[in-house]
Design a protein around this ligand. Structure first.
Ligand SMILES: Nc1ncnc2c1ncn2[C@@H]1O[C@H](COP(=O)(O)OP(=O)(O)OP(=O)(O)O)[C@@H](O)[C@H]1O
Length: 650
């Protein structure tokens, strides 16, 4: 079977033009899907049916005019579409699995992080806290109190290990859920360290920004864009941390406190006048984030040298653009909040303004605790309006949202009262009494289910990756085919015309003198009424047979090159078309020249030509009569000249 201009299936490979191969989309899919409880097998009925193109049956694509190419291009485009649909199904399954995990784990999750001992604390031996992986026991005044968490990070926990636990909730934000990540705790327990971190040990926010862009780059079923806003809630007012500053005082904070919190008819919250910057990549995001951070309100207290005196909120708006079929724009919000430190005002030594700041922080923290508790108990009334903080977060704390609270505590004996306060806050948010434990059996079942779902997610992602690669391969093939299509038609036809009218190359002209004008004029020009001097002479016939011999030799070597696969017959290595005469004789070979048939030419030159087999007729590029009237102005000019010449002769 000749392969040029053909497409057929060989095992799981798609063979194009004899040598090009595309991985068939079901490749590896069954291996991937076997172990998963999600039905991911692309050949299954419930999962994904095989591609609709049955290349086995196609065999050699019917050869008529451009259809070979058009058929191929059509099939490639359709296959890309099908793979995209399959990707979407997988994406949906992945989302569902993640959502189930978050449901099992709870839409409000609470972690606890214990700060390492500071230098001054290292001398003191007595520590009131004993820790398990999900449990903390605090000894206080002869009593013991136990608290349970979704996860406890010990003093030596790295920033990375904390972020690993935060990552799934970011994924959830990319999937369209509104998400809040809070750092809560007593002043000086490491909230800012966890959220911001340092240059050497970046915290959740810089890592999250990086991760969002990473995940967006991996997802080719939809495209993402992000914007960022930063504000702080200071003494009950909102301050825009990214507000443009006058060039004369670029480092001074701008007090833009007149920001209004608006609720639209759909219940979505918008903050009027808040700066929102587009962030196109991680570097830009980091730049804006550092800029906003600089303008936070901090001051010295007895407890912390640079104590945050406000709640600092970083909002990333995530815009998800579907493909052309599903062009809607989904928006979700990711809030990352470094809460002001809860504090015993006496202990911090706060006076005047600092005292007021501390009071304001405590009030709004208490309002936040009330809201979370009401949500947890599914109360009809949720007291969002009690503070600016909860008003802003209203649409990101309710139904469908995910909340992650990282409660920070100090390991020190001196802070034990604050530690218990913070842990009580966490308990309230988590709404699980430590003494009313979940039965061990149920716990195990949940863990097992979570593990299964995590495996499903992993498999779905693996398979999506596989599809992504296949789409990429087919897209390359498609673009090659399109180029080949356009190169072939433009090149062949223009070369054809050029060859046929070239006054210098008599031999070539004689062979390829297939008129491009209308049938009428052609018939006239080749009728018996042509002047005698147009008939071939003995000399011209001799010249012609020499030329044919030459072309025959070239054709033979061309055939052998094709059959030995030494030619990569792609648009970039189109050897055959580089020789106009070879192309021409192939085209008009076997006495089946379509032009000849079409125009009814009884040209003796054509009749004398050596016969070519099917291969040659396939190698012949598909043509279109349209090409004669090329849109290329140069061609039109030469064609016009050619017509004039012919008419002159008649
Ligand atoms: N896990 C940690 N590892 C190393 N150092 C830490 C850690 N947590 C906190 N610190 C250090 O403890 C000090 C206080 O931390 P940080 O400023 O983050 O506390 P905070 O809770 O944000 O305080 P405030 O509420 O007053 O702003 C900082 O010097 C910080 O570097």
């Amino acid at each position: 079977m000749e392969k040029w201009g053909s497409i057929y299936r060989k095992g799981k490979m798609l063979v194009l033009n004899g040598e090009e191969q595309i991985l068939f989309p079901s490749e590896n899919a069954s291996e991937v899907s076997k172990s998963t409880s999600l039905d991911l097998n692309p050949d299954s009925v419930d999962g994904f049916p095989p591609l609709s193109t049955d290349y086995t049956d196609v065999g050699v694509v019917p050869e008529h005019e451009k259809n070979e190419f058009e058929y191929l291009i059509f099939n490639l485009e359709r296959d890309i579409e099908e793979l995209r649909l399959k990707q979407k199904k997988l994406e949906k399954k992945r989302k569902e699995a993640l959502s189930k995990i978050l449901d099992i784990k709870g839409s409000i999750r609470v972690f606890c992080r214990i700060r390492p001992n500071l230098l001054a604390e290292k001398r003191k031996v007595s520590e009131p806290i004993t820790v398990g992986s999900e449990r903390i026991r605090v000894k206080f005044g002869g009593t013991r109190k136990d608290f349970e968490f979704d996860k406890v990070f010990l003093q030596d926990a790295s920033q990375e290990s904390v972020f690993v636990e935060v990552e799934p909730i970011l994924r959830s934000a990319m999937d369209g859920h509104n998400v809040c990540v809070f750092a809560y705790g007593q002043t000086g327990t490491g909230k800012t360290f966890t959220m911001d971190g340092t240059n050497e040990q970046p915290g959740i926010i810089p890592r999250a920004l990086e991760e969002l862009f990473r995940q967006a780059s991996l997802d080719n079923s939809s495209s993402f864009s992000f914007s960022m806003s930063m504000l702080e809630v200071y003494m009950g007012n909102l301050r825009d941390l990214l507000a443009p500053r006058p060039s004369s005082r670029p480092h001074e904070p701008v007090m833009k406190c007149n920001l209004n919190i608006q609720t639209d008819p759909k219940g979505l919250i918008e903050i009027e006048g808040l700066s929102e910057v587009q962030i196109s990549d991680y570097a830009k995001a980091k730049w804006w984030y550092n800029k906003g951070r600089r303008f936070r309100s901090t001051s010295w207290t007895n407890v912390n040298e640079a104590s945050s005196r406000s709640h600092c909120l970083t909002r990333i708006s995530i815009f998800r653009h579907g493909d052309a079929l599903e062009a809607k724009r989904e928006i979700s919000k990711l809030w990352m909040v470094d809460l002001g430190g809860s504090e015993r005002l006496l202990k911090t030594g706060a006076k005047g303004l600092t005292l007021d700041e501390g009071r304001a922080i405590n009030l709004s923290l208490s309002a936040l605790a009330d809201v979370i508790a009401a949500l947890k108990r599914k109360r009809c009334h949720v007291p969002y309006r009690n503070s600016k903080l909860t008003q802003i977060l209203k649409d990101s704390l309710g139904d469908g949202s995910k909340v992650l609270m990282l409660v920070h505590i100090s390991p020190s004996e001196e802070d034990v009262c604050e530690t218990i306060c913070s842990l009580n806050f966490a308990k309230r948010a988590r709404a699980i009494e430590s003494n009313k434990e979940v039965p061990e059996e149920l716990k195990k079942q949940r863990e097992k289910r979570v593990m299964e779902l995590e495996e499903d997610i992993k498999q779905a992602e693996k398979q999506r990756q596989n599809f992504r690669q296949q789409i990429h391969n087919i897209e390359l093939k498609l673009s090659e085919s399109k180029k080949l299509f356009s190169t072939t038609y433009n090149h062949v036809e223009s070369a054809d015309i050029a060859a046929s009218i070239s006054p210098k190359d008599d031999d070539a002209k004689e062979v390829t003198d297939t008129p491009k004008a209308s049938n009428k004029s052609i018939k006239r020009s080749f009728s018996n009424s042509v002047p005698r001097f147009m008939n071939s002479t003995v000399a011209s016939r001799q010249r012609h047979s020499v030329a044919e011999k030459e072309i025959g030799v070239k054709l033979k070597s061309f055939r052998s090159m094709v059959s030995t696969n030494s030619i990569h017959f792609s648009y970039s290595q189109s050897l055959s078309y580089s020789d106009i005469r070879i192309k021409a004789i192939l085209r008009s070979s076997n006495g089946k020249s379509r032009h000849a048939e079409r125009v009814g030419v009884t040209n003796s030159v054509i009749a004398e030509r050596p016969k070519c087999n099917d291969l040659e007729s396939k190698v012949t590029a598909p043509r279109s009569s349209k090409m004669v009237t090329s849109s290329d102005p140069n061609l039109r000019v030469t064609l016009g000249r050619h017509r004039r010449r012919m008419s002159d002769l008649v």
